[in-house]
Write a protein that binds this ligand. Structure first.
Ligand code: ADP
Ligand code: ADP
Length: 229
């Protein structure tokens, strides 16, 4: 049984846009999975299937061996946390601290647990200094960290990051790589991410899927995928 798996996943958007066609991917516990491919390849669409934001046109998505259903989608969303490409899509509270607390409060956790999780997430992302700031006034890279902290504070087993390195300066990229690389060992988490920084894939992935035009066109270890035939 895989931690996360898609079987022959196909997604057609309204207007007959085929975004995914017969996609089979798997993710195991404590693994770091990169999904690469050009714009429009279907990466974001795939990610939105991992926690039931989108419903398959055909095929299925299994989390811990169970297909996502209306009944279990709330549980699935605790298990699989997604950070979207554009942080403005998920940041809306008046302060950074409140924003990071939003998810854990929504899970119904008590105040003490919420406070503890917020501290840990702020610390892991190195944004303790931003806690009183207004999220809207932050830089793109800072907002990105706030968005990641907010999802992390819900303590998902699988963290999905859509283009986490986009718009970060070299220091921000290095910090992000270090952060991602801590998650499997220290927290037992699985990380699935997309990136256009191919040079980073070797540093932060165990397994790579290459997508193009809605299909997986390559898969393997970094060595396998980038080896020249
Ligand atoms: P198989 O399906 O026969 O294991 P693959 O080519 O899929 O062959 O996998 C090659 C190697 O990569 C194996 O060691 C496998 O455990 C590992 N692997 C495959 N998929 C993943 C994944 N999603 N995450 C981590 N490791 C993986
Ligand atoms: P990627 O993340 O690899 O850039 P996407 O999953 O965003 O790819 O897009 C895959 C395809 O689906 C593209 O052709 C894109 O234009 C289309 N698409 C994405 N979102 C929508 C939507 N909400 N409605 C219609 N088409 C969409």
């Amino acid at each position: 049984m895989h931690l996360l798996e898609t079987r022959d996943l196909t997604h057609t958007y309204r207007g007959d846009v085929r975004a995914l066609e017969g996609v089979n991917v798997t993710a195991e516990q404590k693994s770091r999975i990169a999904v690469i491919g050009p714009n429009g390849a279907g990466k974001s669409t795939l990610f939105k299937h991992f926690n039931g934001i989108l419903k398959p046109t055909s095929g299925e998505v299994l989390v811990r061996g169970e297909p996502i259903t209306k009944e279990n989608v709330r549980e699935v969303r605790k298990f699989v946390g997604i950070v979207f490409q554009n942080p403005d899509d998920q940041i809306f509270s008046p302060t950074v601290e409140q924003d990071v607390a939003f998810g854990p409060i929504n899970l119904g956790l008590d105040d003490e647990t919420v406070a503890h999780r917020v501290e840990e997430a702020l610390h892991l992302l190195g944004i303790e200094d931003l806690r009183e700031r207004v999220p809207h006034h932050l830089s793109g890279g800072e907002k990105k960290r706030v968005a990641i902290a907010g999802i992390l504070a819900m303590e998902p087993q699988v963290l999905v990051l859509d283009e986490p390195t986009a718009g970060l300066d070299p220091r921000g990229v290095a910090d992000l790589v270090a952060f991602v690389n801590r998650l499997p060992g220290e927290y037992g988490m699985t990380v699935v991410f997309s990136t256009h920084h191919l040079d980073l894939v070797a540093e932060m992935a165990d397994h790579v899927y290459v997508m193009d035009k809605g299909s997986v066109v390559g898969s393997g270890t970094v060595g396998e995928v980038f080896a020249r035939p």
